[in-house]
Design a protein around this ligand. Structure first.
Ligand code: AMP
Ligand code: ZN
Length: 432
């Protein structure tokens, strides 16, 4: 089966023609099927007729995370629910998640871009894929699953966690490719080292993403597991994993630009940056039906290169993600905004809205600690009342953010005050 008949090695003019055509179709689609995009475009005085080529992208409005939140759950869909065959979601800035809907064709596109990702890492139908990304609303598990199946590989849908079982099946089934977050890969690597079973494994490569990781971390995973580690990038709003992927050259991720048009803008001026400069990554989907997005601001910082790669692929490449232009943290795979913590603390009369978040990594797992100031009138030596307050805050953070934070109550006025922009986060993980 030829599943990657298009794109990866197209001549630039062929690619541009394809992108122009697909962009026009997408703009028509959102204009006629999404009230949100039609009114946005009307506000800007743009109609589908104004969009002929990808150079006209700049005439179109941006989309941001809060638009998706405001349109919760299905307001950004451009297909009727009868055509939506899958829903996924990712945590957003408030309790409400960001929702994505896929038509059957979208699921086919997604499988295709993931199959490309795996093929670029040298995998084929002869591989055995252990999918240790979480299955469920998160896009990682099912995204990788269908891609590996389309490739024709054998798929083990084990999902995340249960490390002992992971290693047992990896040994018994002879898994050759591993898909999970880079932090879990490192955790598995250390467990495998401790158990002394590396020589029993057939593992050759891994596809790791969904959170930032450095080149140093890549080398560590490669050395510990004796495999080749590929970076894969994606986000729920665009499709999930499979937006961009490493090839064997590991010199920037190839973007599936026949489906996702990238731009880099200056996050302050919102203007395109000069070629090769670092800025905020923006994507327009040009083949999606269920939930196409126009000029979606990812807040991820990177740069693009249009030079042909040494692997022969002509598609544009993005540098490893270098940071974010907002304050979103990804802790144990969950998106966390400091503002969520602040709003939780404001619910508690005993806590002052002064807090500091500490994130670190121990034993390849993220640690998440929140120091919270207690109001002077509520601060007491009564340990049981302090313990009770701490437990209540922890429970509330868990329910709003979705993961456990260790709360430490601190004395009134002990958290440093700021005269300018408050620094509320210390992230010692060195992820970029
Ligand atoms: P989600 O939609 O919840 O899966 O989160 C998507 C976000 O995860 C992206 O916007 C990035 O900030 C981050 N992300 C995903 N893949 C990578 C990667 N390979 N490297 C760095 N950050 C990533
Ligand atoms: Zn390449």
């Amino acid at each position: 089966m030829i599943w990657n008949e298009s794109s990866e090695c197209m001549r630039p003019d062929e690619m541009r023609d394809l992108q122009n055509k697909r962009l026009r179709t997408t703009v028509e689609r959102v204009y006629h099927n999404s009230t949100f995009y039609r009114s946005r475009m009307q506000e800007m005085g743009v109609s589908p007729m104004d969009i002929e080529t990808i150079d006209d992208l700049v005439k179109l409005p941006f989309t941001v995370k809060t638009d998706l939140r405001d349109q919760y759950p299905f307001g950004l869909f451009s297909a009727p629910m009868s055509e939506i065959v899958r829903l996924h979601a990712s945590s957003g800035t408030t309790g409400k998640p960001i929702v994505a809907g896929y038509t059957r064709k979208d699921l086919g596109t997604w499988s295709e871009v993931m199959a490309r990702t795996f093929a670029a890492g040298g995998c084929s139908r002869n591989d055995i894929f252990q999918i240790a990304y979480g299955y469920g609303l998160f896009t990682g598990g099912l995204g990788a699953h269908y891609g590996a199946e389309m490739l024709g590989a054998s798929v083990i849908p084990i999902s995340a966690g249960n490390t002992e079982k992971q290693i047992q099946l990896m040994t018994d089934f002879g898994s050759t490719a591993l898909c999970c977050t880079p932090s879990y890969a490192l955790y598995l690597a250390e467990a495998i080292q401790e158990m002394g079973v590396r020589d029993k494994l057939k593992l050759r490569c891994g596809f790791f993403g969904a959170e930032p990781w450095t080149e140093e971390m890549r080398r560590e995973i490669e050395n510990k597991l004796k495999i080749k580690a590929f970076d894969i990038f994606g986000l729920t709003e665009i499709i999930g994993p499979g937006v961009a992927y490493d090839c064997e050259a590991q010199s920037g991720m190839h973007i599936n630009e026949d489906h996702f048009l990238p731009e880099i803008i200056n996050p302050q001026t919102l203007q395109p940056v000069a070629p090769g400069e670092i800025g905020e990554l923006v994507f327009t989907t040009i083949t999606k039906e269920g939930m196409p997005v126009i000029r979606y601001r990812t807040k991820d910082l990177t740069s693009l290169t249009y030079e042909t790669c040494s692997c022969g692929r002509t598609s544009v490449r993005m540098h490893k993600i270098m940071g974010r232009s907002d304050d979103m943290l990804i802790i144990r795979g969950v998106n966390v905004f400091p503002s969520q913590i602040e709003s939780v603390l404001l619910e508690f009369g005993e806590a002052a809205p002064h807090y500091h978040i500490f994130v670190d990594r121990a034993n390849n797992t993220d640690t998440f600690e929140v120091h919270v100031e207690v109001r002077p009138e509520n601060f007491s030596d009564d340990l049981s009342s302090m313990l009770n307050l701490r437990k209540r805050i922890e429970a509330r953070i868990q329910s709003v953010v979705g993961i456990h934070a260790q709360v430490k109550l601190v004395e009134p006025r002990s958290i440093e005050r700021s005269t300018g922009k408050a620094k509320r986060v210390t992230d010692n993980r060195k992820l970029y």
